[in-house]
Write a protein that binds this ligand. Sequence first.
Ligand SMILES: C[S@@+](CC[C@H](N)C(=O)[O-])C[C@H]1O[C@@H](n2cnc3c(N)ncnc32)[C@H](O)[C@@H]1O
Length: 209
Amino acid sequence: MPNQEEYSEQLYTEDALLLKVKQAIKDSGMPEVSIAPGYGRLLTMLVAASRSTRILEIGALGGYSGICLCRGLSKAGRLTSLELKAEYAELAGRHLEEAGFGEAVEYKLGPALDSLKLLEAEGRTFDFFFIDADKENYPNYLEYAIKLAAPGAVIAGDNIFLRGRTLNAEKNGPAVQAMRRFNEMIASDERLTSTLLPAYDGLALAVVK
Ligand SMILES: C[S@@+](CC[C@H](N)C(=O)[O-])C[C@H]1O[C@@H](n2cnc3c(N)ncnc32)[C@H](O)[C@@H]1O
C-alpha cells in the first residue's frame, strides 16, 4: 500500500524539466535535496495566490524550487536567489533560463547572511521568502525575512523536521537546536500568522502581519 505522500504523488506527472533538474543534480554529484514535488507545487500556488512579485529564495541548489517559485509569478515578477556556491547558482541559472525565467532571476553569491545584510542596506523588500539553506542559520534567516518583509509577505521554510531529528530528544546538534528554535519562533512570534505542515520533511508557513 502506498503511503499518503506516494498516493498523492502518483496522481501527478512530474514535468520533464523538473525531472531533468533532478537528474542534472545527481549527475553533477550535488546533494539530492531539492524540495519535495508536492511542496514545489504548493510554492507555485502560494506565490500566485498571494500575487507576490518580489521573491527572495535562500538556497538555490539546482533551481528546482526556483522554477516552482517563478511559475507562480506574474510577468513583471522577479526572483532574487541567495546561494553559497557559484557552480550551484550557475546550474540553477541554466535551468531557470530553460524554464523561460532567465530574465526574472538574479543570483547573489556567497554566505546568505552577507547578502541579506546588503539587501537590508539597499532597502530592498520582498513579498515572498523561501528559506532552504544551512539549517543552523534558520532563526537568523527568519529574523531577516521579517525585517525585509512587505506587509502581508509570506514566509516558507523547508525541512523543519530534519528527517525526524528535530523531534528526537536524543539529537541536540547545532542544526537540530536551530531548527527547534526556528519552529518555536514561527509558532509563537506575534508578528506572524503561521502553521507547520507535517508532510514530507515538514514545511513552515507564515504571513507577516
Ligand atoms: C536544500 S538545498 C536548496 C534546495 C533548493 N531550494 C531546491 O529546493 O531546489 C540548500 C542550498 O543552500 C546552499 N547553502 C548552504 N549554506 C548556505 C549559506 N550560508 N548561504 C547561502 N546558501 C547556502 C547550498 O549550497 C544548497 O545549494
